[in-house]
Design a protein around this ligand. Structure first.
Ligand code: AMP
Ligand code: GLY
Length: 421
């Protein structure tokens, strides 16, 4: 199979690493890729939201399958344009990707289909928002409707903070993404990430993990895109997985199809495990980052048949997936100043892609100078991952590999997996 992989982060490096091992692979090209991905396959400097450029590249390499990593490409309509070109795409249409790109769409969808999630209201004025806030008590949850690079959610401890967040969002802090605000009831519980592959009609559970969203040890500091993951997450028991599948994933796939927007690709459910059962925090139309990294380490199957089946309506013909018994851990090494203002350009040494054994380093935000020097080039820079017989062992292996990397000014959390350990 000829495959075009779209994206440039640690998630895409992990996908490239797994796809590169597939017996069904003939040629893999990534766009735009990163220095880690470039050690595995050819990369082309076409951005993830350059839809015409990506469609032309898919044609040029006679792609049998395009695998889309980031949501920006979906929102820009890449899957729609590929469908018109007759090229199979693992990724949702722009209309189906609204499950991620519009929080208001998703909350209204949940209401139409009776899916378990927090009570909510959608507002375009501070007066409307204020009247709804009057009916709630602290903490208050305020969200910008559209994509806001993971920064569009405020959990306000006081009413004054809540009002300020509403004014800031409606005032244009996130541009049009904040033209509407979603206000939600606060849900109490532990969070977990659940993944399902979908082909428009059929959904198949495809792994689970737990992330660490706060920047510093002990779940302190600002929210980030994710500082580390582990899989499996023991808190997501088989019974809870099945309940989340039956009450959320299956009706979502059926509902999207019934509304004329069949969902294709991976559906990532951010769950809150409340006393009343799993409830939806948010959907994403992509793999989690860095959840994908631990899933790729643990997936025992060849990944390409799965991605192709999802893209072409064939999931009901596959059985599985099968996972390795081992646990996987991913530790994110981030740049000083992340998430607000990461310092870039630091020289990194010792980050060879494969450490041998069971540890592997995925690149998330790096660049390479012409002389081969590797430098930091983003907020989250490296994803140091390991498999171990137990979560303990995986964690020890991952941190041992972290210890072998010289990244001046980098920082990482030293407590990845603490909830399960
Ligand atoms: P989101 O971008 O919607 O996933 O929200 C970011 C984070 O805010 C989530 O990972 C949760 O930790 C928290 N959060 C969002 N919505 C709620 C809610 N209704 N109740 C409690 N916490 C929430
Ligand atoms: N790790 C959380 C996310 O990908 O949104």
């Amino acid at each position: 199979m000829n495959v075009l992989l779209v994206g440039s982060g640690g998630r895409e490096h992990a996908l490239a690493w797994k796809i590169a091992r597939s017996p069904s692979l003939k040629r893999l090209v990534a766009a735009p890729g990163n220095p880690g991905i470039a050690e595995l396959c050819e990369v082309r400097a076409i951005k993830a939201d350059d839809v015409p450029g990506l469609v032309a590249l898919a044609r040029e390499i006679a792609a049998d399958l395009v695998v889309v990593g980031p949501e920006v490409a979906l929102e820009a309509g890449l899957a729609d344009r590929l469908a018109e070109a007759g090229i199979a795409c693992f990724g949702a249409s722009a209309a189906a990707a609204r499950l991620e790109t519009s929080k208001a769409f998703t909350k209204d969808f949940c209401a139409r289909h009776g899916l378990p999630t927090a009570a909510y209201g959608v507002f375009e004025t501070a007066e409307g928002a204020g009247a709804f806030l009057d009916t709630l008590s602290a903490p208050y949850v305020i969200k910008a409707d559209g994509l806001a690079a993971g920064k569009g959610v405020v959990i306000a401890g006081t009413r004054a903070e809540a009002d300020a967040a509403v004014l800031e969002m409606l005032g244009g802090r996130f541009g049009t993404a904040g033209a509407r605000v979603v206000i939600e009831e606060f849900m109490d519980g532990e969070e977990a990430s659940l993944f399902a592959l979908c082909d428009g009609k059929t959904a198949v559970l495809f792994g689970q993990a737990q992330d660490h969203k706060r920047a510093y040890d002990g779940d302190l500091g600002p929210n980030t895109g994710g500082m580390g993951t582990y899989s499996p997450a023991p808190v997501l028991t088989d019974a809870l997985l099945q309940q989340a599948f039956d009450e959320l994933i299956a009706p979502t796939i059926a509902g999207m199809a019934a509304e004329g927007h069949p969902y294709v690709g991976v559906l990532y459910a951010g769950l809150m495990l409340t006393a009343e059962g799993p409830k939806l925090v948010e959907y994403n139309a992509r793999f989690g980052d860095p959840e994908c990294q631990v899933l790729m380490l643990r997936l025992a199957d060849d990944i390409l048949p799965w991605l192709q089946a999802a893209a072409t309506g064939g999931l009901s013909r596959l059985s599985g997936p099968s996972w390795r018994e081992e646990a996987a851990v991913c530790v994110v090494m981030a740049a000083d100043g992340y998430p607000d203002s990461p310092v870039t350009g630091a020289v990194i040494r010792g980050a060879g892609v494969d450490f041998g054994g069971e540890a592997v380093v995925f690149h998330a935000g790096t660049r390479r100078d012409e002389d081969g020097t590797l430098r930091s080039a983003g907020g989250r820079v490296l994803n140091v991952c390991a498999l171990g017989a137990t979560l303990h062992e995986a964690r020890d292996l991952a941190y041992a590999a972290v210890g072998g990397i010289d990244f001046p000014g980098g920082f990482y959390r030293s407590d990845i997996g603490w909830r399960a350990l």
